[in-house]
Design a protein around this ligand. Structure first.
Ligand code: ACO
Length: 273
């Protein structure tokens, strides 16, 4: 593993852009990339200047999936190392992203294959270039959507769409990705960054603790009985009040009651750093 800088991070106006950075390999996820991505997400978790995380790819590709050579072939005879990398690879795309305390957005700027579907699904929101090419290519090389990909498909897609694309390996574009609900919307590539950054900025203006509670309320409720979800929600509300020093009541509702703004039509500003 001699490569480095396979992931780059830049922070501007409270938005962290995390870029898969192996453009010559179409940003295929090598073992080093998985380790560097896990590290980058860990650091950003506690980075106060970053309120929203956008994940994208360098060059013409978002991510060409797992590095087929470095992961499946070169680690074939090294089961402990294969297992170590598999665990890191699965952890950041499924668990870390899914329960990340900050809003995450996948910006699919180009090729998106196989294992990259788990990145897109793990993020809260996703947008694609209309020109992007997406596909579950595993079947084309006699494999199937393994690791966390099958679960990602089951979480996000309708059964007919998931199995159609998984069984044919056919590609589809950004518009189709939006149509089947794999991404929120598709924009011309030339506008993608502008659109995503504007949305990221809008979300960054919301209260960060309220955003974290929004994510937890949704994500964890999916796995709970109705009774447990209600109980969890009540506890979350108390946690939120404590973290914000009750400002959702005193400022959020308070300012509305004083006629300062209308929450139905727009947000109360996030607290300053
Ligand atoms: N793993 C390893 N190397 C890759 C991968 C990958 N997933 N994708 C691209 N590369 C490498 C190529 O081997 C090539 O390397 P080289 O220049 O050293 O020969 C380089 O990236 C450029 O690839 P090209 O095929 O020349 O680029 P092109 O733009 O013509 O095609 C495309 C891009 C469509 C992404 C093609 O490379 C491809 O089909 N890649 C495999 C996609 C795939 O099936 N991914 C696995 C999904 S399943 C999973 O993630 C478990």
């Amino acid at each position: 593993m001699s490569e480095s800088n396979t992931v780059t991070v830049s922070i501007e106006n409270a938005i962290a852009t995390v870029t898969l950075n192996r453009p010559a390999k179409r940003n295929a996820m090598s073992p080093t990339l998985h380790i560097e991505m896990a590290d980058a997400l860990e650091k950003l978790r506690y980075e106060k200047s970053a309120r929203v995380v956008v994940i994208t790819g360098a060059g013409e590709s978002f991510c060409a999936g797992m590095d087929l050579k470095q992961f499946f072939v070169e680690l074939k005879d090294n089961p402990p190392e294969f297992d170590r990398i598999f665990r890191v690879a699965t952890e950041w795309r499924s668990r870390t992203l899914r329960y990340y305390p900050k809003p995450t957005i996948a910006m699919v700027n180009g090729y998106c294959f196989g294992g990259a579907f788990a990145i897109v699904e793990g993020c809260d929101l996703a947008f694609a270039a209309k020109e992007a090419t997406l596909g579950l290519s595993e079947i084309n090389f006699k494999h199937y959507p393994g690791g966390s990909v099958s679960k990602a498909l089951a979480n996000l897609l309708r059964p007919r769409d998931a199995l159609f694309y998984a069984m044919t390996g056919r590609t589809f574009n950004g518009d189709r990705a939006a149509e089947i609900g794999f991404v929120n919307a598709a924009y011309p590539l030339a506008d993608l960054k502008k659109e995503v950054m504007a949305l990221a900025q809008e979300i960054a203006s919301k209260d960060p603790d309220a955003l974290a509670a929004t994510k937890d309320g949704y994500r964890f409720s999916l796995e709970m009985s109705a009774e447990a979800a209600l109980n969890f929600a009540a506890a979350k509300s108390d946690q939120l009040s404590m973290r914000q020093k009750d400002s959702w009541r005193s400022e959020g509702i308070g300012d509305f009651l004083e006629g300062k703004y209308r929450p139905g039509l727009g947000g109360h500003k996030a607290p300053a750093e």
